[in-house]
Design a binder for this molecule. Sequence first.
Ligand code: CP
Ligand code: NVA
Length: 303
Amino acid sequence: MTRSVLSIGDLSASEIGAVLDLALESKRRSGPRGSELAGKTALLIFQKPSLRTRVSFELAVSNLGGRPLYLSPPEVGIGERESPEDVGSVAGRYCDLIVCRTFDQTVLERLAASSGVPVINALSDWEHPCQALADVLTIREHGGTSGRCLAYVGDGNNVARSLAAAAAGEGMHVRLASPAGYELDASSVEDAALRARESGGSVSTMSDPEEAVFGADVVYTDTWTSMGQELETKQRHEAFVGYQVDVNLVAKASPDAGVMHCLPAHRGEEISDEVLDGPQSIVLDQAENRLHAQQALMAWLFG
Ligand code: CP
Ligand code: NVA
């Protein structure tokens, strides 16, 4: 069966658990790498810039014995030069896996429907599921997930959507604080809450960052202006006043709380330098875990 991961909802909580167990096991094990992608080619189609996702996917594919082939934003022109269906059906003749970073989530769905090979979402405007896998892996390593509190402060965006569902599925108490007009949509909150009900976690939304962060074990933020939203920068800066994760806000969290950010960070906007570079920041472990989580995801999909 061709299994795609277009959103975090494509993986049940127990499947996420299995992928993360695999990631932890492979991190612990040194020595020979996997061979799940031996003789296979993964096409990486990126319509937006990337450091972490591109590098970690290329390395993860190689580590599993496969060959990564990267296409940069101007090269393919999905929906401009060719339809997603035409790109998908041709790519499926050459490659065994498509990893795609795009704007519209429907592009991923159309690629997956036409290509006949698994498609992995490497970030869309709607979701960032591979980021969420790495995030939950990182929280597991820094004190654990189940029963602990994750406060997300900022835009109810792609990162928040995937993270809320993944963390809720691991039994975390997820609090989301966003200004009016920038909240995570009600249906995504409900999807996360559904997972929480099964795992013993919870999901709550609020507008006050201090209420969200109070006593939290993990404090998470992301940019106020995501890729593709650059024209909204000014109005977003106005809307997000008071939402910076700075030392005063982090002081409201548990004294040993970890601070997370998917990166790239807009220093001095959603997070202060002092916090990002400070002793509670675990952003580099988080960035490293992109490699381990994605490698485990592909090993699981092809194993
Ligand atoms: N966090 C993340 O996806 O980073 P890149 O945009 O650099 O890939
Ligand atoms: N929300 C950000 C995440 C970048 C990794 C964006 O979509 O630009």
